[in-house]
Design a protein around this ligand. Structure first.
Ligand code: COA
Length: 234
């Protein structure tokens, strides 16, 4: 009988650096993830970081509305939409085995664009300890080294100083401002997003070695031909 990892190769992916590990979210992670979200994500005074205030929805387990039902639909959609033309890796971030946050990576028409977008968050008790920087370094390094990405994009709401700090430390450069709509708990508002871009030339690697397992199977599953970024500049 095949293993779950052989049936759905993203489950076999593990990116590890020191005591931090990124693995694709599984249903077994959900109870811990729901608890983590309930502990809070947005620091007091910080701008609402997401397009939609999913983390502030009323807690109503077992009902079709509110949290966690709406977020479950989102997390399961990432898995359901997996195809070479449009994929998302919802990576659960664990430090010393404890779930601390999520690092998302997504791409559309990756084999042509070689562009990956990322988004991330940590539970409040785990913020401000360098984990956000490390998990983004791990995701971006995976995109460059294992998938052959040429660039990774990201964005943060102007005023999200911690996210700006992560981008700066990892080596992103400014890629312009854009106006976006945010669905907050008080309604839809217009805000300014700072777009950021990173290429292998500016990327700052973690100061410890990173190990990756399961990348071959993921590349095959996503129809990605391995092409190291260094070979793709010409
Ligand atoms: C954004 C987030 C992922 C960053 O992770 P983190 O682990 O808290 O960040 P780090 O500890 O790696 O800090 C990165 C840098 O940000 C800067 N920084 C941290 N806290 C800051 C603050 N309160 N004000 C200004 N800069 C700050 C520092 O330069 C820090 O580098 P240093 O360690 O050299 O001082 C995390 O804070 C988070 O989940 N926030 C809520 C959700 C969110 O904003 N997600 C991002 C959406 S774009």
């Amino acid at each position: 009988m095949l293993t779950l990892e052989e049936i759905f190769p993203p489950y076999g992916l593990a990116i590890t650096c020191g005591d931090v590990e990124l693995r694709v979210l599984r249903d077994d992670d959900l109870p811990e993830l729901v608890e983590l979200v309930r502990g809070g994500i947005q620091a007091p005074g910080a701008p609402m970081p997401f397009l939609q205030a999913w983390h502030e929805e009323p807690f109503s387990p077992g009902s079709p509305d509110g949290f966690p039902a709406t977020s479950l639909a989102w997390w399961w959609t990432q898995r359901a939409q997996f195809q070479p033309q449009k994929w998302s890796l919802a990576l659960a971030v664990r430090r010393r085995g404890v779930l601390v946050g999520m690092q998302d990576m997504m791409a559309t028409d990756f084999t042509q664009t070689r562009h990956v977008e990322t988004g991330s968050w940590l539970g409040l008790p785990h913020q401000g300890r360098g984990i956000g920087t490390l998990m983004r370094q791990m995701a971006v390094g995976f995109a460059f080294d294992e998938l052959g990405a040429l660039e990774c994009g990201s964005g943060y709401i102007v005023g999200n100083d911690r996210s700006a700090g992560v981008s700066r430390k990892v080596g992103y450069v400014d890629n312009g401002l854009q106006r976006i709509a945010q669905r907050t708990a008080d309604g839809t508002i217009g805000v300014t997003e700072q777009r950021m871009l990173i290429t292998p030339d500016t990327y700052v690697r973690p100061d410890r070695p990173v190990s990756v397992t399961g990348a071959d199977a993921v590349r095959r599953f996503l129809a990605i031909e391995r092409r190291p970024a260094s070979e793709s500049k010409t």
